[in-house]
Write a protein of this length. Structure first.
Length: 354
């Protein structure tokens, strides 16, 4: 499969969308991206599984990292892509092949940028964390080194600072098993789980300000399991909860908070990822904000900016597309938004910092 990087960004986005790349099956798209980048003599290209990293070496005073995931959620009858009324429809169009198209267009710049740039295209962002390609690359931090990073996730063309942390935990209610014909001899764990739901209904989420941005936390049930048989009073019921926490809490702080909220119940944390502070006062971030314009906002969700934050690289989210359309069967992105994103980022990269 061939990618023509001379195509305008909207047309290139359509080409990317039409190369199916559900998580775990990114090989053909990674091959196409690698081949296109290796044709560019100003880039050094490195391949790791289905992740591709390309770097300039111009001796500039500043290096920036532009990163994006090439995988999508499962197709929902939304391939191939189509254009209607100025909107490009198709699986992954918003999240985040429009951003990938912008990265590829910038990588193909004939004119030398004013900054050295590392372009990162990685796999398996939409699935469990241990498969994440950026996590794999972060074990070789020299590949992701930079003064500033931009994750081209869909943000509607607004700079989104930092990200929230996320934690999943199983909250267990216990009882005593008995025959349902003699229920008074047992204790129904599913009924006991009502107290867990009462806690969740009464929970009041914080809205803390961190680094000048307001984050909205949340604690919600996302699953429930219990029951033994149709004639048995159950002795176990588990409510799975998801805590989204602001970046002023560490993962350890978040776990302590969760255990305090559910005091008296067994709490087993099953997954956790810390957030990232906005870092918008860093000089490189200030320069980016000035170039992009608009008023920044907090990222209400977890993204891989947290991985850059862990490496000591200030990072923001910025890309075309509406995050509220991600993963939907009617996922789409305005063609004009793709073009505007490329133009703004092209101008920012062209400005010399030395």
């Amino acid at each position: 499969m061939d990618l023509d990087l001379s195509l305008a960004a909207p047309a290139l986005t359509a080409r990317l969308v039409d190369i199916e790349s559900v998580s775990g099956s990114e090989g053909p798209l990674a091959d196409a991206i690698e081949a296109a980048l290796r044709r560019l003599p100003h880039l050094d290209v490195y391949r790791d599984g289905n992740a591709v990293v390309a770097r300039t070496h111009l001796g500039r005073a500043e290096r920036v990292v532009l990163a994006g995931h090439i995988d999508t959620v499962p197709v929902a009858g939304n391939l191939p892509s189509r254009v209607q009324d100025g909107l490009l429809y198709g699986c992954g169009g918003s999240d985040m092949k429009a951003g990938i198209a912008v990265q590829l267009r910038l990588a193909a710049l004939a004119a030398e940028p004013g900054r050295d740039v590392t372009y990162v295209f990685y796999d398996c962002e939409e699935v469990e964390a241990e498969r994440n390609g950026l996590l794999r690359l972060s074990r070789r931090p020299e590949l992701l080194a930079g003064d500033f990073a931009v994750l081209l996730e869909p943000t509607g063309g607004v700079v989104e600072g930092g990200c929230q942390g996320t934690m999943r935990a199983d909250i267990r209610a216990t009882g005593k098993r008995a025959h349902s014909a003699r229920s008074w001899l047992g204790v129904n764990a599913i009924h006991e789980a009502g107290r867990i739901l009462d806690v969740l209904r009464g929970y009041r989420a914080r809205e803390p300000e961190v680094g000048g941005l307001t984050y909205h936390e949340g604690l919600n049930a996302v699953g429930i399991s219990g029951g033994v048989a149709g004639n048995v009073i159950p002795d176990q019921c588990v409510v799975t909860v998801n805590l989204r926490f602001a970046p002023d809490r560490s993962a350890a702080d978040a776990e302590a908070h969760l255990r305090e909220v559910f005091a008296g119940f067994e709490v087993a944390v099953t997954d956790a990822a810390g957030g990232a502070r906005p870092g918008l006062t860093d000089p490189a971030a200030v320069s980016f904000l000035t170039a992009m314009g608009g008023t920044p906002r907090a990222k209400l969700g977890w993204t891989d900016v947290a991985r850059f934050d862990a490496l000591g690289v200030p990072a923001v989210n910025y890309g075309p597309g509406d995050p509220q359309l991600a993963h939907r069967a009617d996922e789409h992105v305005p063609l004009a938004a793709i073009t505007q994103c490329e133009q703004r980022m092209r101008a920012w990269l062209a400005a010399r910092r030395d």
